[in-house]
Design a protein around this ligand. Structure first.
Ligand code: SAH
Length: 446
């Protein structure tokens, strides 16, 4: 079956459902109320929480922090960390993400996984783990589950594994996805477990390493961009690391390390040597997770889809903070704004396929822009189905506006990129049936 017919069949199967009523159970998921993208609010200044004192104390005791150490504290501090706050994602939060903008996004992701899994001879009736890294409000997962339900996956064959660092976000996800959930004792690999209304088991982990190694779909949407990065600058003496220190006015500022730090020696080496760039950002954590995903996909079967802001190795200074949908100084109000850095997909590619020919490396495809990915996966046809079944003109306009926001090159269409990992054993199959969404060979993409 070619791509066009596959997606047409999927569209028919998943039907016209529109998820716009809050907190109503339908099958395996609760439906979601999404904001109108045109009504996103503008910023109001935040106040510095206690996290600033924690950071300054650490610098006074230990010396300047690397940007990665700073990000780690700001994002993951168990009480004051950014994601421990309630309102982070969405209209009233600091940023909005594609799954929160349109149900179409998660539905297309679900169809993509389904279609690519068919190439492996797998599908409904076989056990499937769905693993999501940094699931946010659980909206993407709930949209994927709705699609799978329509495509014939039975709850008994499915399990959901969520890697989430924040207990606050975990609770939000549990309310979105589960009929019941409970915390687990420390001996358990997962810290919490629950069940959807249709009986799918849901597990939460702090670390991907604890997720069972089975055939899985791995989804990481806007996850890699929050992982801590090291920042480097090329000086006349060679690469130096950017550090965070306290100035005479008690404010945080960047300074360049006088000597090479260990991070310079460990992280900047071929093929990750920065090329012609004079500024470089490297996430050791991100590289480690990309490597793990590749090994899991290759060793135990499955697929990984990574979608994020990013570039292919041409940028070197992208570290920034968002507060109430506006870019702010990352050093000013730690904990009150989201810290993020564009994902360097060229580095992920290296991490996932560093030793081709050896065991456990993945076939890496992408990055392609969100615009290309969505258009090649027939998102427009899906949009038409949704619009045809919308209840009012206003709903039609909202659906159209949300789609435009996702694909408009000036908005999210070009800045967001998709990359996928396939088992290396699929090389010949992918040669014959190129990865959907990543190849522009298909006529229907034009
Ligand atoms: N994928 C969601 C949310 C993106 S925000 C969406 O697109 O809407 C980032 C998510 O990653 C949040 O849920 C945050 O709590 C989680 N997170 C941040 N750092 C993490 C880490 N080190 N490990 C696991 N989850 C993390």
């Amino acid at each position: 079956m070619n791509t066009r017919s596959l997606f047409r069949v999927c569209n028919k199967l998943i039907g016209p459902s529109i998820a716009c009523t809050p907190c109503r159970h339908v099958g395996t998921y609760k439906t979601v109320k999404r904001p109108d993208p045109s009504t996103l609010k503008m910023p109001a200044p935040g106040t510095a929480p206690k996290l600033m004192e924690i950071i300054k104390e650490k610098i006074r005791l230990k010396g300047p922090l690397s940007v990665a150490e700073y990000m780690h504290i700001v994002i993951t501090n168990p009480t004051e960390g950014y994601y421990m706050k309630k309102e982070t994602i969405g209209e009233s939060g600091d940023f909005i993400t594609s799954p929160e903008i349109s149900q179409l996004f998660g539905e297309i992701v679900g169809i993509w996984f389904y279609a690519e899994t068919q190439k492996m001879g797998m599908g409904p009736g076989r056990p499937l783990q769905i693993v999501e890294l940094g699931p946010g409000k659980g909206t993407l997962m709930s949209d994927v589950l709705r699609v799978l339900h329509r495509l014939g996956y039975k709850p008994k064959d499915l399990s959901i594994h969520l890697v989430e660092i924040s207990d606050t976000m975990q609770t939000v996800q549990a309310h979105q996805l589960c009929a019941s959930h409970k915390g687990c004792d420390v001996d358990s690999p997962h810290y919490c477990e629950g069940e959807t209304t249709s009986g799918i088991k849901v597990y939460w982990y702090y670390d991907l390493k604890k997720v069972p190694c089975n055939f899985s779909w791995y989804i990481a949407h806007e996850f890699f961009d929050v992982l801590p990065i090291h920042k480097f600058e090329k000086t006349e003496e060679g690469w130096r690391e950017l550090l965070i220190d306290i100035d005479e006015n008690e404010k945080l500022y960047y300074r360049i390390s006088a000597k090479e730090t260990n991070n310079v020696n460990n992280l900047i080496r071929p093929p990750l040597d920065g090329g012609d760039r004079t500024e470089l950002e490297v996430s050791a954590r991100g590289l480690g997770i990309a490597r793990q995903l590749a090994q899991r996909v290759d060793g135990y079967g499955g697929l990984a889809l990574i979608a994020d802001y990013g570039h292919s190795g041409e940028k070197g200074d992208t570290f920034r903070a968002f507060h109430k949908h506006k870019v702010v100084n990352p050093l000013e109000t730690p904990g009150a704004s989201d810290l993020t850095a564009d994902v360097d997909f060229s580095q992920l590619r290296v991490a996932a396929s560093m030793t081709p020919g050896d065991e456990n490396y993945a076939l890496v495809v992408g990055p392609v822009t969100q615009r290309d990915f969505l258009r090649r996966t027939q998102a427009e046809a899906r949009l038409k189905v949704l619009i045809d079944h919308a209840k009012s003109d206003e709903q039609k306009e909202t659906l159209q506006a949300a789609y435009e926001m996702l694909i408009d090159p000036e908005k999210m269409g070009e800045r967001f990129k998709f990359m996928a990992f396939y088992p290396s054993a699929m090389a010949a199959i992918l040669e014959k049936y190129p990865p959907i969404g990543f190849s522009n060979l298909e006529k229907e993409t034009k």
